[in-house]
Design a protein. Structure first.
Length: 581
């Protein structure tokens, strides 16, 4: 007894309407809430998508002169990718049509019925021959003729749906096969999505006319409408994806090139180049940094950079290295001075050149170059351990010493005396006038420096006594003081003085400013010569007396003092002018 096939139940009751309506209501409420609460974000997304699709639909050729250099490069790379996909499509078409013809040959040899017309079969043979010829000579495909190739492929697909190639009963299956195996993969060839939209409208128009002339299955027309929408959206999405990928690759290439250039430049001028992550940890081992810190063979990857900085300068170095963390994702640079500490606890005066940037993922990175300035001049004209890349200079000029009787300088008064010639001696001031004393605010800063040990021996501010020059002044300032000492110590003349301007002075963490004053050679009670600095104290250098104990640093030993010395050059003393007092 033959089994009667069971028919499926196709009737739906009111329960279906109620359940589906409940889910639809929840979804609609959620969509309305998101549309209202995030309307600005949705508008920005819509504008960006429209801009991308508009730019993708009206894509430019690589040789378009109206495009910028980056846009031309992006378009050129996209066309190169499409050329590669076109050659791959030709190989794919050749293999696909080859298998199709092989099975059709078997059916012919078996004298089996075929549902494909003779016109369609000979058209497939011609297409197979054309694709095989292109594969034999791949140079026939170029960037300039990609659109022409796509036009030919689209017209061939349209002809396959004509009344001379397919019957209405087989039209739906043929339309789906042509769409899936030919039309949809071919969108990778067209350089402009607008061309895909225009050419994929031709099969839809053809099927619409066939539905007027003859009776065709409704699924045939529905398949063509769906195929038109799918190919159009796929072409726009492919163009947007290729453009986004190419722009990302171009940006990554530029970042890699800039990083390599910055690393090479720092390597030319610095003793060690190190990359730090966002937490200031060493990203990769650096043999140069290990040698600089007398840690040859040590693994430094993952170590905190502050472990290599002298503890008294670690907080300031951290503040400087982190100063760009809250800035925009651009490249920021600075140069400052700090002191490293090697494995023997020696302090190394170091220039730090920092390049702060962000990776393509938005992660903060720091590329730093370290330069030991113990026995060489500084490249960055900066301040001390807490300074940034502000360029400073310390011009040396002849001092204008004022006499008690006039506002003229010594040099001006001497010139006037020489011009007037010898005159009669004037009467001495009377000793009968009484001396008077008035209490005024002390605005003078006196500092006497032992230049052999490079420490302050005597000062009007106790906070300065016992501190080294590199603690009080910047590296450039200490170097200039050493140059002055070399000049005056050669003549050993106490009547020589210099005026110095814009000298950076740091008494404590909060008291630091630029001072201008005079430098003079003085002699102590034991006969040794020292250098004296006399200047006006700006308000920012007013340090309470109670802060002396916490701010004074111990004197350096002989080994450390030898490392903090600076060499004098002839160019640095050209501004020295002797003035007789």
């Amino acid at each position: 007894m033959d089994a009667v096939p069971r028919q499926l139940d196709t009737k739906l009751g009111s329960s279906f309407v109620g359940v589906s309506a409940a889910f639809q209501a929840l979804f609609l409420c959620r969509a309305i809430y998101l549309s209202v609460s995030r309307r600005d974000y949705l508008l920005d997304v819509a504008r960006s998508m429209l801009k991308v699709f508009a730019r993708s639909g009206c894509g430019r050729k690589p040789a378009d002169v109206s495009a910028t250099e980056d846009e031309q490069l992006v378009n050129q790379q996209i066309c190169e990718l499409r050329l590669q996909m076109a050659r791959l499509y030709m190989r794919y078409t050749c293999v696909l049509l080859g298998f199709f013809l092989f099975f059709q040959q078997l059916r012919v040899l078996q004298d089996a019925d075929r549902w494909i017309s003779n016109n369609a079969m000979w058209f497939v043979v011609a297409s197979f021959g054309a694709s095989g010829f292109v594969n034999l000579f791949p140079a026939l495909l170029t960037v300039t003729n990609l659109d022409v190739v796509y036009v030919v492929i689209s017209l061939c697909c349209t002809v396959q749906l004509s009344p001379w190639h397919v019957e209405p009963v087989d039209a739906t299956l043929t339309s789906i096969c042509v769409l899936g195996f030919a039309r949809l993969p071919a969108i990778a060839i067209a350089s402009r999505p607008i061309l895909v939209v225009a050419l994929n409208a031709a099969p839809l128009i053809l099927v619409s006319f066939r539905s007027i002339w003859e009776e065709v299955p409704p699924a045939f027309l529905n398949a063509e409408i769906s195929g038109f929408l799918v190919t159009s959206l796929a072409s726009l999405s492919l163009q947007a994806g290729l453009q986004r990928r190419t722009e990302h690759d171009l940006l990554y290439s530029k970042m890699a090139t800039n990083f390599k250039a910055a690393s090479s430049l720092l390597a030319l001028t610095c003793d060690a180049v190190v990359e730090l992550d966002g937490n200031l940890r060493v990203a990769q081992d650096s043999a140069a940094l290990a040698a600089m810190l007398l840690r040859a063979g040590s693994k430094l990857a993952g170590r905190d950079f502050r472990d290599f900085v002298q503890k008294s300068d670690a907080d300031e170095a951290l503040e400087l290295l982190k100063r760009f963390d809250g800035s925009l994702p651009d490249v920021n640079t600075q140069a400052f001075h700090t002191r490293l500490q090697d494995s023997d606890c020696n302090k190394i005066p170091t220039e730090v050149f920092q390049v702060a940037y962000r990776t393509s993922r938005g992660e903060a990175r720091h590329l730093i170059g370290l330069r030991d300035v113990t026995d060489q001049g500084c490249l960055a004209r900066g301040k001390s351990a807490d300074s940034s890349d502000i360029q400073l200079s310390y011009p040396m000029m002849p001092v204008d010493t004022l006499t008690p009787m006039t506002s003229q300088s010594v040099s001006t008064a001497a010139a006037s005396f020489s011009a007037a010639g010898p005159q009669a001696p004037q009467a001495l001031p009377s000793p009968q006038r009484d001396a008077s004393v008035n209490r005024v605010q002390n605005k003078l800063l006196f500092m006497q420096m032992d230049m052999d040990r490079r420490v302050v021996s005597t000062s009007s501010r106790p906070i300065c006594v016992g501190r080294t020059l590199v603690d009080l002044f910047s590296a450039r300032g200490a170097e200039l003081l050493q140059s002055v000492w070399a000049e005056v110590s050669e003549s050993a003349t106490l009547s020589m003085a210099f005026r110095i301007k814009s000298l950076y002075l740091q008494l404590s963490m909060s008291a630091r400013d630029y001072v201008s004053g005079t430098l003079q050679l003085v002699q102590t009670s034991n006969g040794s010569l020292q250098l004296m600095l006399l200047c006006m104290t700006p308000p920012s250098l007013e340090v309470p007396m109670g802060s002396m104990a916490s701010s004074v640093r111990p004197l350096p030993d002989v080994h450390e003092a030898s490392r903090e010395g600076f060499h004098r050059t002839e160019d640095e003393i050209e501004g020295f002018v002797r003035v007789s007092l």
